[in-house]
Design a protein around this ligand. Structure first.
Ligand code: CA
Length: 445
């Protein structure tokens, strides 16, 4: 497969951060993860990826924890010995277990990445600069040409649009050019040994052992991200066991090999099972009227596009958006950024990863690969994303001001957005729910 040179660079960072699980989201997804980084200089080959570039050095306490853990490699070996009978009781053959764990040691880098993943977030526009860079769009068109017959057959079989398959493939592994090089058993065992989400990762580890026992791949070939996401479309082991398919009929569901057929069909099966509606969009960029009531831009408020058009919400060319189904208005960069009407398929992509930026990245990349235009409206590029410390402070100050976001965890979820919105309304600010630096500064004053 001929690739443009810069694609390897896209890919390098693509898997490094891996399929981190957004805390508090359903863990059965192929791998939910926070949005990633980008460089803004479009003249350079994109170094950026759809995955977060981590900055572990910013978390001194995490480093200390890692050092402590690192010192206790013997503990890890004891953990493996304790885990072995649990795995055997779950039906894992002793020889399979021993082969899988041959040479497996604790991996402090995995814990470092896990600890720091929440530290650094990107604004949606910085993320999209990378996720939907010209290079990734061009490579997607090339991947489409090279795999057209396969993609058409998979689309017909599963009723899932090939553009979304291409886009997931492009974001998860840069169209298969970087599928992850970590030994999955090692990564998952390290995460299961670590105590933060031990049960979840022990379950994933057991699923990975079952996959080996069923002969789909070998321990040496079972590679993935540091968090255990595997192959072209970065499936977690539980998703694999549930939804991966053997497209080419060789008896193995092989999502790790160079041939992407099983992986792409597996992603199609995954989306179909999660309710993908063929031929319908994930979202459409819209223009809002000057007097738009921003309290309507909430996920739980849905209207048919024709009803939105009655309120002045139109496609960017001024025409009404066709009635593709109930839609809500999404403002991923606040009222000064682009606005979208999002449909049921948006939620289906969320089953892969719940981060808004990821879902928009997948949807928009698929549209661009098929010839669609770039995002038309500007973003507030002078703004930066809040740091973890600032997000925690924002939540604390919202609570103190009487707008309780319920959890002080640094995660911007619906409760925080609603608290921001209520605060903005009380202060006479535009109530877009966007946690900007301006909101934080207003809370400080
Ligand atoms: Ca196969």
């Amino acid at each position: 497969m001929q690739r443009i040179a810069s694609l390897a660079a896209i890919a390098v960072a693509a898997v490094t951060a891996g399929a981190t699980l957004a805390q508090g989201t359903a863990p059965a997804a192929p791998g939910a993860r926070p949005p990633g980084p980008a460089t803004e200089n479009t003249r350079l080959p994109p170094q950026a990826s759809p995955r977060p570039e981590q900055r572990p050095e910013t978390l001194a306490s995490a480093e200390k924890a890692v050092a402590e853990r690192d010192a206790s490699a013997a503990d890890f070996r004891r953990w493996v010995e304790d885990f072995r009978p649990r795995a055997l009781a779950q039906g894992i053959d002793a020889r399979i277990f021993d082969r899988a764990f041959e040479g497996v040691s604790y991996d402090p880098a995995v814990i470092r990445r896990d600890r720091s993943q929440n530290e650094f977030t990107k604004t949606v526009w910085v993320y999209l600069d990378s996720a939907v860079s010209d290079a990734r769009v061009a490579a997607g068109r090339e991947a489409h040409e090279e795999n057209r017959a396969l993609l058409d057959e998979i689309e017909a079989r599963y009723d899932v649009d090939k553009r979304v398959l291409l886009a997931i493939w492009g974001l998860e592994s840069a169209y298969g050019t970087f599928r992850g090089s970590e030994r999955v058993i090692r990564s998952l065992a390290t995460l299961a040994y670590d105590t933060r989400r031990a049960d979840f990762f022990e379950g994933q580890l057991l699923d990975a052992l079952h996959i080996l026992q069923n002969g789909h791949t070998t321990p040496a070939q079972m590679r993935g991200s540091w968090a255990g996401a595997m192959g072209h479309t970065q499936f977690m082991p539980s998703s694999f066991r549930e939804l991966a398919v053997d497209w080419d009929g060789d008896g193995k569901r092989d999502i790790w090999s160079d041939d992407p057929a099983d992986a792409l069909a597996s992603a199609a099966n995954y989306l179909q099972e999660n309710g993908w509606q063929h031929g319908l969009p994930w979202g459409v960029e819209v223009t809002l009227p000057e007097d738009f009531d921003y309290t309507l831009a909430a996920r739980e408020i849905t209207k048919m596009p024709s009803d939105w058009a009655g309120l002045g919400v139109t496609a960017t060319d001024g025409s009404p958006v066709p009635d593709h189904g109930p839609a809500s208005v999404l403002l991923p960069g606040g009222h000064r950024g682009a606005a979208f009407l999002i449909f049921d398929n948006f939620e289906v992509i969320e089953s892969y990863n719940t981060a808004d930026a990821y879902v928009i990245g997948v949807g928009h990349l698929g549209d661009r690969i098929m010839g669609g235009p770039p995002v038309q409206h500007d973003w507030p590029r002078e703004d930066r994303a809040l740091t973890l410390e600032e997000r925690l402070e924002l939540q604390r100050r919202l609570r103190e001001a009487g707008f309780d976001p319920e959890k002080i965890d640094g995660r911007i979820g619906p409760l925080t957005i609603n608290a921001v919105r209520d605060y903005q309304q009380s202060e006479g600010m535009v109530p877009d729910g966007y946690p900007s630096l301006q909101v934080l500064e207003a809370l400080r004053s």
